[in-house]
Design a protein around this ligand. Structure first.
Ligand SMILES: [Zn+2]
Length: 711
């Protein structure tokens, strides 16, 4: 056997690869690209970017979406290759940087690669070491050629370059190699992020050339921190090269969850749909769900093993801390709904004891359970995509995954109470008996969406009833943007329902088929939304980049440029005439009892006058006679809206007589029957009206074209 020359070790500090001697870019451009990882998309989810696919590796087929446990040192901590298989593990991740420092390339060369060395016959993905040099900022020097650093094992100097990283990964014989990248904090400035991205691009080309005709697949890594332009540019640039898949790097290193989701969605949108997409180092179960929804196929993360070591189990009831003494006598398994080896054979009490005694077996058993949980989550997502049912799975699972241990709630420590206030300004979080969260105004005691799960009500009452989806995809698309007013932003239930509807359309139909959308929210007090955004566990609809942006800048734009969301802060009555004329109004302020000025005939008349040049429709949750009378006297044509939950009816108002007739759901205009009932009602007019005003009001109703006109 020829002696292996370690390309990684370079004790002569001065010797560096001369990068100008490497072939030009065109040598590796994607001309006759044959992938080493034949990838087949089996199904794309409707209304989501989620997809189920398969790809072929040198060690067999892989079904996606997939989670890959991290075996940095050629071992997933506390697990054997056999126990990993029992959890459902298919692909393992190993780290070229760590393994080439110890045990060293010579060992892998002797064994013919990592598979035989660690007795793993499934696929292996190796990381290039980019993240590791990022984590050692003080003991390395970086330049165009690579990163020079001192080994933590023996202190010797090493050069990690794109070429040496590929050489190491080839010795490991992994199925999928990663190109060396320069990872930086996701919160880096534009200039820093741009420089790191450009270096990553040059290294990506060098990695491809170094891979040469090896049969091992190679992924490029998209960088660009949290800068939209850079992320788009990086995805577009790398897509030009014959990689076998693409990774999204540089996330989960400092950004918020919402930023992570936003960047993920943006990048997947700009990557080819014909190759696998891998989100590196992410994440928690909810992160996986959100990222699959945004089009990611592959994940790796140390969380399941790391939390197992701390005594934490992921379950269908939320995360459990098995160290807590409430489990001391519990005979039930960790999760009665889990079929893993741990839950089949051991009690919570036993695991609790092992964790308390710092016994290694506790780590092993909880690790098996947690990995099984992760793999089951991925399998469920895949099955739901194949059934074309992902969206409803996503909605349901999202709530389950952020749930806490409800059986044995623990009192949150004081510190976390200050970090996540349950109150802000005039608002507090309200938990309904049915288990959903809303916002309550302290001064009035009024709960926003008090009787129905708020997201459901927003969807049913506003998004579905207005047939928003068919308006967005209407062909031929009207040239002007669809303008929607969201009156009473609150905790953004309605606005996010609109955005989710748009994103589903966009995912399904793409950019060309969609009408631009302008969403205008009116709100005078942003504390309700601020409070909700700080408590994403209670408000899953806010796990999105948009709400934070709207709080910070008063506006947000979808990556497609087709959806603009704008906040008009202040009293609605002071701002309404300054806003573009809407086609749809989602009228959802506090009730007349709390905010009477917004329900008067005078306010409705101003809305009517502003919108009358067009055919506008106003949707509101109220079906009160006083509200309908105010709308009629303002000039609107008023129809019965759908009921939601315990509310038997709601209200739709049209500026044009033809509005109801042209509506796809043919809502019924209030007719003679309503009028007869109204005439008999003792509450025909708002209490505040003078006799003279009552007479005028009566005359307007008794001559309204809805009841007496040609309509
Ligand atoms: Zn289990």
């Amino acid at each position: 056997m020829p002696k292996f020359e370690n390309p990684f070790r370079d004790e002569k500090e001065g010797r560096m690869t001369n990068s100008s001697s490497v072939p030009k870019v065109s040598a590796v451009r994607k001309d006759s690209h044959t992938t080493r990882l034949p990838f087949t998309v089996q199904r794309e989810s409707r209304g989501s970017q989620a997809r189920a696919a398969t790809f072929q590796t040198l060690h067999g087929e892989v079904k996606t979406p997939i989670f890959m446990p991290v075996g940095t040192q050629a071992t997933v901590k506390a697990q054997t290759a056999e126990s990993l298989k029992l959890t459902g593990t298919r692909v393992l991740l190993a780290n070229a940087y760590h393994l080439l420092l110890r045990p060293g390339p010579e060992v892998f060369q002797r064994f013919g690669g990592i598979h035989r060395f660690m007795n793993w016959d499934g696929p292996v993905l190796t990381d290039s070491g980019g993240f590791q040099i990022f984590s050692l900022p003080h003991s390395r020097a970086m330049n165009e050629d690579g990163a020079r650093f001192h080994s933590y094992v023996d202190g010797k100097s090493h050069l990690l370059s794109p070429e040496s990283s590929i050489a190491m990964q080839q010795v490991l014989g992994s199925d999928i190699m990663m190109a060396l990248d320069q990872c930086i904090l996701s919160t880096a400035s534009y200039a820093q992020a741009e420089a790191a991205m450009e270096l990553t691009h040059r290294w990506a080309e060098r990695s491809l050339r170094a891979r040469d005709d090896s049969r091992q697949a190679l992924f490029g890594i998209v960088q660009g921190a949290c800068h939209h332009e850079l992320r788009k540019k990086s995805a577009a640039f790398l897509s030009e090269f014959p990689f076998d898949g693409f990774a999204i790097g540089g996330l989960a290193v400092g950004e918020t969850h919402n930023e992570r989701y936003e960047m993920t969605g943006l990048v997947t949108e700009h990557l080819p749909s014909t190759l696998p997409r891998y989100l590196m180092g992410v994440g928690t179960p909810i992160d996986l769900l959100e990222s699959v929804h945004r089009g990611v196929d592959m994940f790796d993360c140390i969380i399941p093993s790391r939390l197992a070591r701390q005594g934490v189990a992921f379950t269908s009831q939320g995360k459990l801390q098995l160290r807590r003494s409430v489990y001391k006598f519990v005979e039930a398994p960790v999760d009665a709904r889990c079929d893993c080896q741990t839950c089949q054979h051991y009690s919570r009490a036993y695991i609790h004891h092992l964790v308390k005694a710092d016994e290694f077996l506790g780590w092993h058993l909880l690790g098996m359970h947690n990995l099984t949980f992760y793999h089951r989550l991925m399998r469920e997502m895949r099955d739901s995509i194949l059934r074309d049912d992902f969206l409803s799975y996503y909605e349901k699972k999202g709530v389950e995954l952020v749930r806490a241990d409800e059986e044995h709630p623990s009192c949150p420590p004081k510190k976390s109470q200050t970090a996540r206030p349950a109150r802000l300004g005039d608002y507090e979080i309200h938990r309904s008996a049915q288990g959903f969260s809303s916002i309550r105004q302290l001064s009035s005691g009024e709960v926003m969406h008090s009787v129905n799960a708020p997201s459901e009500e927003a969807t049913k009452l506003y998004v579905e009833q207005s047939c928003l989806l068919s308006r967005l995809v209407k062909q031929p698309a009207p040239a002007d943007a669809l303008v929607i007013w969201d009156v009473g932003l609150g905790a953004a239930f309605n606005a996010m329902a609109v955005i989710h509807c748009f994103e589903r359309c966009y995912a399904e139909r793409g950019k060309g088929a969609l009408r631009p959308l302008q969403l205008v929210s009116f709100e005078c007090d942003l504390d309700a939304l601020t409070l909700a955004v700080k408590n994403p566990g209670c408000f899953p609809h806010l796990r999105h980049g948009a709400p934070r942006k709207i709080l910070e800048n008063g506006k947000w734009e979808h990556a497609s440029g087709l959806l603009h969301w704008e906040l008009l802060k202040g009293d609605f009555r002071e701002r309404l005439e300054s806003a573009n004329i809407p086609e749809l109004i989602f009228y959802d302020p506090f009730s007349a009892k709390t905010d009477s000025a917004l329900w008067t005939a005078e306010t409705f008349a101003r809305i009517f006058r502003h919108c009358a040049p067009k055919s506008a429709e106003l949707y509101t949750y109220s079906a009160a006679t006083a509200v309908r009378v105010a709308l009629l006297t303002a000039g609107f044509f008023v129809a019965e809206g759908v009921g939601t939950g315990p509310k038997p009816a709601t209200t739709i108002a049209f500026t044009k007589a033809t509005g109801a007739g042209n509506h796809p759901l043919s809502p019924r205009l209030l007719g003679q029957q309503w009028l007869t009932r109204w005439r008999r009602s003792h509450a025909r007019f708002p209490m505040t009206l003078t006799n003279e005003e009552r007479a005028h009001c009566e005359q307007l109703i008794e001559t309204h074209p809805q009841f007496f006109g040609e309509a």
